[in-house]
Design a protein around this ligand. Structure first.
Ligand code: LLP
Length: 432
């Protein structure tokens, strides 16, 4: 009935998350509010960690892609589960380091890291820097030399697989701002350059083929393409690279009709391909990294709102206005993303109404969902939007100077604040 395992309905007919009554949560912490089930996050982490351990004989590592949801507490949770993280900016790196996240377990991404960010990463002894382009490689080598260090890097490669189309395609030339092209020889050139640099250690290669992918085939294809490059590097330079990072992108459930595969199924199938292909190409199986983001936090989070005005426009549509919107969840405005919405205080009633959920920003495109089925609601009802745990808080803005909602974390039936609600002073804090 619900798109997420951690959601249920209690005897009062109220929606629960992680066993807590969401109506009570909304009273205690106010709305809008992001609410996460910590046990669900940990369960997802363990599923990835265990399956990578099983399938690669302990020679693999999960890096949570923290762009999906970045705050101090999530880095603490990842640290306590023994996994690494991927960061994509000085800000994410700072947040991770501020809770003493082990620098060696951090992979630093980004297609245009600036000098200060690269130097921050080198000074902090970040484990791997995923280098996107030659300019960055040269800058990084110079920074590493300045600090008398050797920096472990991987190259981001465009494997030429577009997994976003309905039937994924392998194109010779993929138009992407990320990484080195394979087909032009740019990637091989970069490998040779890096191997000749004194302050760079090229550990391996990285690819990431997209996000919210349900099929396993494109992941297998990406692994094959990357291993072929490993074999080419070996034959042209004599160097056998040691690490392969296969990125993230595993799909989750937003709608009841979505049917993602269990994470373990991706691991098993891709690992089989990796082992077979290495054998075929005469390579040792490299150390494997993966970078799931959405699949760790997405379905573990929901957003609670209070319903305000309900406007019925006869023969056109009914707008249900909520006290949040595109400022806390820009994904419908940006991508027309699907979500399941439920009236939290009427969760056991049938969903009979087709409505448009509208936010409070001064912008007609500020919608959370159009033509979605929910219970009949009235002002003051609590509306829950499910599976908002990824790319909602992390993509939130202060548009219209709306303070960002708090993040409430639930563990074993206890709710605690891990990010407090912003105040009006917070919103103006940098203004001179
Ligand atoms: N690794 C790299 C290099 C990435 O670029 C990404 C996501 C990930 C891992 C994690 O992918 P995931 O497992 O979360 O799918 N804002 C968009 C999603 C952008 C994803 C960007 N890169 C959204 O809201 O759908």
């Amino acid at each position: 009935m619900f798109v997420s395992d951690c959601i249920s309905v209690n005897e009062k007919g109220h929606l629960t998350v992680g066993g807590c009554d969401t109506v009570e949560i909304s009273k205690e912490f106010g709305t809008p509010a992001y609410v996460y089930d910590e046990n669900e996050i940990r369960k997802n982490i363990r599923e990835f960690r265990n399956s990578i351990d099983e399938n690669y004989g302990g020679r693999g590592m999960v890096h949570y892609a923290s762009k999906a949801f970045s705050c101090k507490e999530i880095y603490r949770i990842c640290a306590s589960e023994g996994i690494g993280v991927d960061v994509v900016s000085g800000g994410e790196l700072y947040t991770a380091l501020s809770v003493d996240f082990s620098a060696e377990k951090i992979a630093f991404h980004g297609n245009n890291k600036n000098y200060a960010e690269l130097e921050y990463a080198v000074e902090s002894n970040v484990g791997r820097i995923i280098v996107d382009n030659i300019t960055e490689l040269e800058t990084l080598n110079a920074i590493a030399a300045k600090h008398g260090k050797t920096v472990g890097i991987m190259f981001r490669i465009k494997p030429g697989i577009d997994a976003h189309t309905h039937d994924f395609v392998k194109t010779g030339q993929i138009d992407s701002k990320f990484g080195f092209a394979l087909e032009t020889g740019e990637a091989m050139e970069a490998v040779k350059t890096a191997l000749g640099m004194s302050n760079i250690k090229l550990c391996g290669l990285h690819c990431h083929i997209g996000s919210q992918i349900f099929d396993i085939d494109p992941f297998e294809l990406a692994a094959k393409v990357m291993l072929e490059l490993f074999a080419d590097v070996k034959s042209q330079t004599g160097v056998e690279l040691e690490e392969l990072n296969l990125g993230g992108g595993f799909g989750i459930r937003y709608l009841e009709s979505d049917n993602p595969k269990p994470f373990g199924a991706y691991m098993k199938t891709v690992s089989k391909t990796v082992h077979e292909y290495c054998e075929k190409l005469g390579l040792a199986v490299p150390f494997i990294h993966i970078e799931p983001g959405r699949s760790i936090v997405g379905a573990a989070g929901i957003t609670l709102y209070t319903v305000g005005a309900v406007k019925e426009i006869p023969d056109i549509r009914t707008y249900v206005s909520i006290d949040g919107g595109m400022a806390d969840n820009p994904r419908y405005a940006l991508y027309k993303s699907d979500y399941q919405a439920v009236c939290a205080n009427k969760a056991n009633e049938e969903r009979t109404e087709i409505v448009t959920i509208a936010g409070k920003c001064c912008e007609s495109g500020d919608l959370i969902q159009e033509n979605t089925k929910i219970q009949k609601v009235q002002p003051g009802d609590i509306l829950a939007v499910l599976s908002t745990g990824a790319y909602n808080y992390s993509m939130a803005s202060n548009y219209n100077r709306i303070p960002k909602p708090p993040v409430v974390m639930i563990k074993d039936g206890e709710a605690r604040i891990v990010v407090r609600r912003e105040t009006y002073e917070d919103v103006a804090v940098c203004d001179i």
